[in-house]
Ligand binder design. Structure first.
Ligand SMILES: Nc1ncnc2c1ncn2[C@@H]1O[C@H](COP(=O)(O)OP(=O)(O)OP(=O)(O)O)[C@@H](O)[C@H]1O
Length: 372
Protein backbone atom coordinates (compact mmCIF):
# COMPACT_ATOMS: atom_id res chain seq x y z
CA UNK A 1 0.00 0.00 0.00
CA UNK A 2 1.15 3.55 -0.78
CA UNK A 3 -0.05 6.33 1.43
CA UNK A 4 0.17 10.08 0.83
CA UNK A 5 -0.05 12.00 4.08
CA UNK A 6 -0.59 15.75 3.75
CA UNK A 7 1.87 15.91 0.88
CA UNK A 8 2.60 19.35 -0.55
CA UNK A 9 5.04 20.23 -3.31
CA UNK A 10 5.91 23.81 -4.18
CA UNK A 11 8.50 24.23 -6.92
CA UNK A 12 8.70 27.96 -6.22
CA UNK A 13 7.07 30.58 -4.05
CA UNK A 14 3.81 30.56 -6.06
CA UNK A 15 0.88 28.21 -6.01
CA UNK A 16 1.82 24.66 -4.96
CA UNK A 17 1.95 22.00 -7.69
CA UNK A 18 0.47 19.51 -5.19
CA UNK A 19 -1.50 20.81 -2.25
CA UNK A 20 -1.94 18.82 0.94
CA UNK A 21 -2.59 15.52 -0.80
CA UNK A 22 -3.80 12.71 1.44
CA UNK A 23 -4.85 9.40 -0.07
CA UNK A 24 -4.26 5.68 0.24
CA UNK A 25 -3.43 3.59 -2.84
CA UNK A 26 -4.51 0.00 -2.54
CA UNK A 27 -2.16 -2.87 -3.11
CA UNK A 28 -2.71 -4.94 -6.26
CA UNK A 29 -5.06 -2.41 -7.84
CA UNK A 30 -4.89 0.23 -10.55
CA UNK A 31 -5.18 3.74 -9.15
CA UNK A 32 -5.44 6.52 -11.70
CA UNK A 33 -4.47 10.17 -11.20
CA UNK A 34 -6.49 12.19 -13.68
CA UNK A 35 -6.97 15.91 -14.18
CA UNK A 36 -6.29 18.82 -16.50
CA UNK A 37 -2.81 19.80 -17.60
CA UNK A 38 -0.66 21.20 -14.80
CA UNK A 39 -2.76 19.85 -11.92
CA UNK A 40 0.19 17.99 -10.40
CA UNK A 41 -0.36 14.42 -11.62
CA UNK A 42 3.22 13.79 -12.70
CA UNK A 43 4.61 15.54 -9.65
CA UNK A 44 2.48 13.32 -7.40
CA UNK A 45 3.59 10.19 -9.24
CA UNK A 46 7.26 11.11 -9.11
CA UNK A 47 7.18 11.75 -5.41
CA UNK A 48 6.39 8.06 -4.90
CA UNK A 49 9.81 6.97 -6.18
CA UNK A 50 11.58 10.16 -5.08
CA UNK A 51 12.25 11.52 -8.54
CA UNK A 52 10.69 14.59 -6.89
CA UNK A 53 10.92 15.34 -3.18
CA UNK A 54 7.88 16.72 -1.33
CA UNK A 55 8.13 20.15 0.31
CA UNK A 56 6.19 18.77 3.26
CA UNK A 57 4.23 15.68 4.24
CA UNK A 58 5.08 12.02 3.95
CA UNK A 59 4.69 9.16 1.51
CA UNK A 60 4.66 5.69 3.01
CA UNK A 61 5.30 2.49 1.10
CA UNK A 62 4.06 -0.49 3.10
CA UNK A 63 4.28 1.67 6.21
CA UNK A 64 7.85 2.87 5.56
CA UNK A 65 8.53 6.52 4.80
CA UNK A 66 10.08 6.61 1.32
CA UNK A 67 12.26 9.56 2.44
CA UNK A 68 14.14 7.11 4.66
CA UNK A 69 14.98 4.82 1.74
CA UNK A 70 17.83 5.24 -0.73
CA UNK A 71 16.43 7.05 -3.76
CA UNK A 72 18.31 4.95 -6.34
CA UNK A 73 17.24 1.66 -4.76
CA UNK A 74 13.68 2.85 -4.38
CA UNK A 75 13.57 3.82 -8.05
CA UNK A 76 14.88 0.46 -9.15
CA UNK A 77 12.36 -1.31 -6.97
CA UNK A 78 9.47 0.22 -8.91
CA UNK A 79 8.70 -0.09 -12.60
CA UNK A 80 8.37 3.24 -14.40
CA UNK A 81 6.73 3.71 -17.78
CA UNK A 82 6.46 7.09 -19.42
CA UNK A 83 4.88 8.67 -22.45
CA UNK A 84 7.90 8.67 -24.71
CA UNK A 85 8.82 5.06 -24.06
CA UNK A 86 12.20 6.27 -22.76
CA UNK A 87 14.03 3.38 -24.39
CA UNK A 88 17.75 3.67 -25.06
CA UNK A 89 18.04 4.05 -28.84
CA UNK A 90 21.43 2.35 -29.21
CA UNK A 91 20.47 -0.79 -27.34
CA UNK A 92 18.40 -3.61 -28.73
CA UNK A 93 14.91 -4.25 -27.43
CA UNK A 94 16.12 -7.23 -25.36
CA UNK A 95 18.96 -5.22 -23.82
CA UNK A 96 16.56 -2.39 -23.02
CA UNK A 97 14.23 -4.78 -21.22
CA UNK A 98 17.15 -6.36 -19.36
CA UNK A 99 18.48 -3.01 -18.07
CA UNK A 100 17.17 -3.03 -14.50
CA UNK A 101 17.83 -6.72 -13.77
CA UNK A 102 21.40 -6.14 -15.03
CA UNK A 103 21.74 -3.14 -12.68
CA UNK A 104 20.46 -5.39 -9.91
CA UNK A 105 23.30 -7.83 -10.64
CA UNK A 106 21.45 -10.49 -12.64
CA UNK A 107 23.75 -12.27 -15.13
CA UNK A 108 23.42 -11.14 -18.75
CA UNK A 109 22.18 -14.48 -20.09
CA UNK A 110 19.54 -14.83 -17.37
CA UNK A 111 18.41 -11.23 -17.83
CA UNK A 112 18.08 -11.72 -21.58
CA UNK A 113 16.21 -14.99 -21.15
CA UNK A 114 13.73 -13.23 -18.88
CA UNK A 115 13.51 -10.35 -21.37
CA UNK A 116 12.50 -12.85 -24.06
CA UNK A 117 9.71 -14.17 -21.88
CA UNK A 118 8.53 -10.64 -21.23
CA UNK A 119 8.27 -9.88 -24.94
CA UNK A 120 5.69 -12.64 -25.07
CA UNK A 121 3.95 -11.37 -21.92
CA UNK A 122 3.38 -7.95 -23.51
CA UNK A 123 2.28 -9.49 -26.81
CA UNK A 124 5.35 -8.88 -28.98
CA UNK A 125 6.90 -11.37 -31.41
CA UNK A 126 10.27 -12.73 -30.27
CA UNK A 127 12.08 -11.58 -33.43
CA UNK A 128 11.53 -7.97 -32.38
CA UNK A 129 14.00 -8.55 -29.53
CA UNK A 130 17.01 -7.95 -31.74
CA UNK A 131 15.69 -4.71 -33.23
CA UNK A 132 16.48 -1.20 -32.05
CA UNK A 133 13.68 0.98 -30.63
CA UNK A 134 13.69 3.22 -33.72
CA UNK A 135 12.69 0.18 -35.80
CA UNK A 136 9.44 -0.30 -33.87
CA UNK A 137 6.04 1.41 -34.11
CA UNK A 138 4.94 3.72 -31.30
CA UNK A 139 2.61 1.07 -29.89
CA UNK A 140 5.35 -1.57 -29.97
CA UNK A 141 7.74 0.81 -28.21
CA UNK A 142 5.18 1.35 -25.46
CA UNK A 143 4.84 -2.42 -25.03
CA UNK A 144 8.61 -2.68 -24.71
CA UNK A 145 8.44 0.12 -22.13
CA UNK A 146 5.93 -1.96 -20.15
CA UNK A 147 8.10 -5.10 -20.50
CA UNK A 148 11.12 -3.15 -19.27
CA UNK A 149 9.18 -1.86 -16.27
CA UNK A 150 8.10 -5.42 -15.44
CA UNK A 151 11.57 -6.94 -15.87
CA UNK A 152 12.62 -6.85 -12.24
CA UNK A 153 9.15 -8.05 -11.21
CA UNK A 154 8.50 -4.98 -9.07
CA UNK A 155 5.37 -4.95 -6.90
CA UNK A 156 4.71 -1.33 -7.91
CA UNK A 157 4.39 0.10 -11.42
CA UNK A 158 4.30 3.85 -12.00
CA UNK A 159 2.89 4.78 -15.40
CA UNK A 160 2.94 8.38 -16.62
CA UNK A 161 0.65 8.89 -19.63
CA UNK A 162 2.15 5.75 -21.17
CA UNK A 163 -0.37 5.46 -23.99
CA UNK A 164 -0.97 9.07 -24.94
CA UNK A 165 1.45 9.20 -27.87
CA UNK A 166 -0.24 6.45 -29.89
CA UNK A 167 -3.36 6.54 -32.05
CA UNK A 168 -6.76 5.73 -30.52
CA UNK A 169 -6.95 2.19 -31.93
CA UNK A 170 -3.52 1.18 -30.63
CA UNK A 171 -4.29 2.96 -27.40
CA UNK A 172 -7.44 0.88 -26.88
CA UNK A 173 -5.39 -2.27 -27.57
CA UNK A 174 -2.74 -1.25 -25.04
CA UNK A 175 -5.42 -0.50 -22.45
CA UNK A 176 -7.01 -3.91 -22.98
CA UNK A 177 -3.57 -5.51 -22.76
CA UNK A 178 -2.81 -3.74 -19.50
CA UNK A 179 -6.09 -4.97 -18.00
CA UNK A 180 -5.29 -8.51 -19.13
CA UNK A 181 -1.76 -8.30 -17.71
CA UNK A 182 -3.02 -6.89 -14.46
CA UNK A 183 -5.49 -9.76 -14.09
CA UNK A 184 -2.49 -12.09 -14.05
CA UNK A 185 0.07 -9.99 -12.25
CA UNK A 186 -1.94 -7.98 -9.69
CA UNK A 187 0.65 -5.21 -9.39
CA UNK A 188 0.05 -2.00 -7.51
CA UNK A 189 -0.23 0.35 -10.48
CA UNK A 190 -0.37 4.13 -10.27
CA UNK A 191 -1.37 5.47 -13.66
CA UNK A 192 -1.38 9.12 -14.75
CA UNK A 193 -3.60 10.36 -17.57
CA UNK A 194 -5.47 13.52 -18.53
CA UNK A 195 -8.11 11.42 -20.29
CA UNK A 196 -11.15 10.66 -18.16
CA UNK A 197 -12.21 7.84 -20.49
CA UNK A 198 -8.88 6.10 -20.01
CA UNK A 199 -9.14 6.70 -16.26
CA UNK A 200 -12.57 5.09 -16.01
CA UNK A 201 -11.60 2.16 -18.23
CA UNK A 202 -8.45 1.30 -16.30
CA UNK A 203 -8.92 2.53 -12.76
CA UNK A 204 -10.13 0.51 -9.82
CA UNK A 205 -9.97 3.88 -8.08
CA UNK A 206 -9.66 7.29 -9.68
CA UNK A 207 -8.23 10.43 -8.07
CA UNK A 208 -9.43 13.57 -9.85
CA UNK A 209 -6.99 16.44 -9.28
CA UNK A 210 -7.80 20.09 -9.86
CA UNK A 211 -5.29 22.72 -10.94
CA UNK A 212 -3.31 23.81 -7.92
CA UNK A 213 -2.80 20.19 -6.93
CA UNK A 214 -6.04 19.83 -4.98
CA UNK A 215 -7.63 16.39 -4.71
CA UNK A 216 -11.19 16.98 -5.88
CA UNK A 217 -12.56 13.42 -5.66
CA UNK A 218 -11.18 9.98 -4.97
CA UNK A 219 -13.55 7.12 -5.69
CA UNK A 220 -14.36 4.18 -7.93
CA UNK A 221 -14.86 5.34 -11.55
CA UNK A 222 -18.49 4.30 -11.52
CA UNK A 223 -19.13 6.68 -8.62
CA UNK A 224 -17.21 9.54 -10.20
CA UNK A 225 -19.38 9.33 -13.31
CA UNK A 226 -22.61 8.82 -11.39
CA UNK A 227 -22.03 11.27 -8.55
CA UNK A 228 -19.32 13.87 -9.18
CA UNK A 229 -18.79 15.77 -5.92
CA UNK A 230 -18.70 19.26 -7.38
CA UNK A 231 -18.98 21.34 -10.53
CA UNK A 232 -15.29 20.97 -11.28
CA UNK A 233 -15.46 17.16 -11.35
CA UNK A 234 -18.80 17.20 -13.22
CA UNK A 235 -17.27 19.53 -15.83
CA UNK A 236 -14.14 17.45 -16.09
CA UNK A 237 -15.89 14.13 -16.54
CA UNK A 238 -17.85 15.84 -19.29
CA UNK A 239 -21.26 15.95 -20.82
CA UNK A 240 -21.28 12.32 -21.90
CA UNK A 241 -20.92 11.00 -18.40
CA UNK A 242 -24.46 9.63 -18.34
CA UNK A 243 -23.71 7.58 -21.43
CA UNK A 244 -20.25 6.55 -20.22
CA UNK A 245 -21.69 5.41 -16.92
CA UNK A 246 -23.57 2.72 -18.85
CA UNK A 247 -20.18 0.98 -19.20
CA UNK A 248 -20.60 -0.10 -15.61
CA UNK A 249 -24.03 -1.64 -16.09
CA UNK A 250 -23.87 -5.16 -17.40
CA UNK A 251 -26.03 -6.26 -20.27
CA UNK A 252 -26.76 -9.76 -19.02
CA UNK A 253 -30.47 -9.12 -19.01
CA UNK A 254 -30.77 -7.56 -22.44
CA UNK A 255 -33.08 -9.61 -24.63
CA UNK A 256 -31.44 -10.83 -27.80
CA UNK A 257 -33.96 -11.26 -30.59
CA UNK A 258 -33.56 -13.52 -33.57
CA UNK A 259 -32.97 -11.79 -36.89
CA UNK A 260 -33.44 -12.89 -40.45
CA UNK A 261 -30.12 -13.35 -42.20
CA UNK A 262 -28.96 -13.78 -45.76
CA UNK A 263 -25.60 -15.19 -46.72
CA UNK A 264 -23.18 -13.28 -48.91
CA UNK A 265 -23.17 -16.14 -51.44
CA UNK A 266 -26.98 -15.89 -51.82
CA UNK A 267 -26.99 -12.22 -52.80
CA UNK A 268 -26.42 -12.78 -56.49
CA UNK A 269 -29.34 -15.22 -56.63
CA UNK A 270 -32.51 -13.17 -57.32
CA UNK A 271 -34.74 -16.04 -56.20
CA UNK A 272 -33.56 -15.64 -52.60
CA UNK A 273 -35.90 -13.00 -51.25
CA UNK A 274 -36.15 -11.41 -47.81
CA UNK A 275 -39.20 -10.84 -45.63
CA UNK A 276 -38.04 -8.46 -42.86
CA UNK A 277 -37.68 -4.70 -43.44
CA UNK A 278 -33.97 -5.18 -42.61
CA UNK A 279 -32.10 -8.45 -43.16
CA UNK A 280 -28.64 -9.01 -41.76
CA UNK A 281 -25.96 -9.99 -44.26
CA UNK A 282 -23.60 -12.67 -42.91
CA UNK A 283 -20.66 -14.60 -44.33
CA UNK A 284 -20.55 -18.44 -44.33
CA UNK A 285 -19.14 -18.36 -40.75
CA UNK A 286 -22.09 -16.23 -39.64
CA UNK A 287 -20.14 -12.99 -39.19
CA UNK A 288 -22.13 -9.82 -39.94
CA UNK A 289 -21.29 -7.72 -43.01
CA UNK A 290 -24.02 -5.07 -43.19
CA UNK A 291 -27.72 -4.83 -43.84
CA UNK A 292 -30.06 -5.48 -46.74
CA UNK A 293 -33.18 -3.27 -46.69
CA UNK A 294 -36.17 -5.18 -48.12
CA UNK A 295 -37.03 -2.34 -50.48
CA UNK A 296 -33.67 -2.57 -52.24
CA UNK A 297 -33.04 -6.31 -52.02
CA UNK A 298 -33.44 -6.83 -55.76
CA UNK A 299 -30.78 -4.27 -56.63
CA UNK A 300 -28.18 -5.58 -54.15
CA UNK A 301 -26.15 -8.37 -55.68
CA UNK A 302 -22.84 -8.10 -53.82
CA UNK A 303 -21.55 -7.50 -50.31
CA UNK A 304 -20.10 -4.14 -51.37
CA UNK A 305 -23.62 -2.84 -52.04
CA UNK A 306 -24.98 -3.71 -48.58
CA UNK A 307 -25.72 -0.88 -46.13
CA UNK A 308 -22.74 -0.74 -43.71
CA UNK A 309 -23.57 -1.84 -40.18
CA UNK A 310 -23.00 -0.03 -36.90
CA UNK A 311 -20.90 -1.07 -33.93
CA UNK A 312 -21.27 -4.65 -32.70
CA UNK A 313 -22.43 -5.73 -29.28
CA UNK A 314 -20.60 -8.73 -27.87
CA UNK A 315 -23.12 -10.79 -25.91
CA UNK A 316 -22.76 -10.17 -22.17
CA UNK A 317 -21.02 -6.79 -22.63
CA UNK A 318 -22.09 -3.54 -21.00
CA UNK A 319 -25.31 -1.63 -21.60
CA UNK A 320 -23.17 1.08 -23.15
CA UNK A 321 -22.02 -1.15 -25.96
CA UNK A 322 -25.53 -2.64 -26.38
CA UNK A 323 -27.02 0.83 -26.74
CA UNK A 324 -24.23 2.02 -28.99
CA UNK A 325 -24.73 -0.95 -31.29
CA UNK A 326 -28.44 -0.16 -31.56
CA UNK A 327 -27.99 3.60 -32.00
CA UNK A 328 -25.26 3.27 -34.61
CA UNK A 329 -27.09 0.65 -36.63
CA UNK A 330 -28.90 1.81 -39.78
CA UNK A 331 -31.72 -0.61 -38.95
CA UNK A 332 -32.00 0.63 -35.36
CA UNK A 333 -31.26 -2.92 -34.24
CA UNK A 334 -27.97 -3.59 -32.44
CA UNK A 335 -26.19 -6.57 -33.95
CA UNK A 336 -25.09 -8.95 -31.23
CA UNK A 337 -22.19 -11.35 -31.72
CA UNK A 338 -20.68 -14.17 -29.71
CA UNK A 339 -17.02 -14.36 -28.70
CA UNK A 340 -16.13 -15.78 -32.11
CA UNK A 341 -17.69 -12.83 -33.93
CA UNK A 342 -20.76 -14.76 -35.18
CA UNK A 343 -24.08 -12.92 -35.24
CA UNK A 344 -26.46 -14.31 -32.61
CA UNK A 345 -29.29 -11.77 -32.89
CA UNK A 346 -30.13 -8.15 -32.26
CA UNK A 347 -30.93 -5.87 -29.33
CA UNK A 348 -33.56 -3.16 -29.37
CA UNK A 349 -32.74 0.28 -27.95
CA UNK A 350 -36.11 0.67 -26.20
CA UNK A 351 -35.44 -2.52 -24.24
CA UNK A 352 -32.00 -1.28 -23.25
CA UNK A 353 -33.63 1.91 -21.96
CA UNK A 354 -36.15 -0.17 -20.02
CA UNK A 355 -33.28 -1.97 -18.30
CA UNK A 356 -31.58 1.32 -17.49
CA UNK A 357 -34.84 2.60 -15.99
CA UNK A 358 -35.33 -0.63 -14.00
CA UNK A 359 -31.79 -0.27 -12.64
CA UNK A 360 -32.49 3.33 -11.69
CA UNK A 361 -35.58 2.26 -9.74
CA UNK A 362 -33.56 -0.46 -7.96
CA UNK A 363 -30.84 2.01 -7.07
CA UNK A 364 -33.44 4.51 -5.87
CA UNK A 365 -34.94 1.83 -3.65
CA UNK A 366 -31.47 0.89 -2.31
CA UNK A 367 -30.73 4.54 -1.68
CA UNK A 368 -34.04 4.93 0.12
CA UNK A 369 -33.43 1.79 2.21
CA UNK A 370 -29.94 3.01 3.17
CA UNK A 371 -31.22 6.47 3.96
CA UNK A 372 -34.03 5.35 6.33
N1 LIG B 1 10.62 21.01 -12.32
C1 LIG B 1 9.66 21.96 -12.18
N2 LIG B 1 9.97 23.20 -11.84
C2 LIG B 1 9.02 24.13 -11.67
N3 LIG B 1 7.72 23.91 -11.82
C3 LIG B 1 7.34 22.69 -12.18
C4 LIG B 1 8.30 21.63 -12.39
N4 LIG B 1 7.63 20.50 -12.72
C5 LIG B 1 6.32 20.83 -12.75
N5 LIG B 1 6.15 22.14 -12.42
C6 LIG B 1 4.87 22.85 -12.32
O1 LIG B 1 4.06 22.16 -11.39
C7 LIG B 1 2.70 22.12 -11.83
C8 LIG B 1 2.26 20.65 -11.91
O2 LIG B 1 3.01 20.01 -12.95
P1 LIG B 1 2.84 18.47 -13.29
O3 LIG B 1 3.77 18.15 -14.40
O4 LIG B 1 2.92 17.69 -12.05
O5 LIG B 1 1.34 18.48 -13.80
P2 LIG B 1 0.55 17.42 -14.67
O6 LIG B 1 -0.81 17.38 -14.09
O7 LIG B 1 1.29 16.16 -14.75
O8 LIG B 1 0.52 18.15 -16.08
P3 LIG B 1 0.49 17.54 -17.58
O9 LIG B 1 -0.78 16.79 -17.74
O10 LIG B 1 0.50 18.81 -18.42
O11 LIG B 1 1.72 16.71 -17.74
C9 LIG B 1 2.66 22.85 -13.16
O12 LIG B 1 2.22 24.17 -12.92
C10 LIG B 1 4.10 22.82 -13.63
O13 LIG B 1 4.40 23.94 -14.41
Amino acid sequence: MIEFRNVTKSYDAGRPAVDDLTLAIERGRITVFVGPSGCGKTTSLRMINRMVEPTSGQILLDGQDVAQQKAAELRRSMGYVMQSSGLMPHRTVLDNIATVPRLNGVARSAARARAKELLDVVGLASELGSRYPGQLSGGQQQRVGVARALAADPPVLLMDEPFSAVDPVVRAELQAELIRLQNDLAKTIVFVTHDIDEATILGDKVAVLAVGGRLAQYAAPEEILRAPVDDFVAGFVGRDRGFRHLSFLDGDHVTIHPIETIETSQLADPTVSVRSPWTLLVDPEGRPHGWIPAATRASITSQAEAVPGGSLYTRGGSLRSALDAALSSPSGLGVTIDDDGRAVGVVRPAEVFDLIEAGRLDRGRDHFNTAV
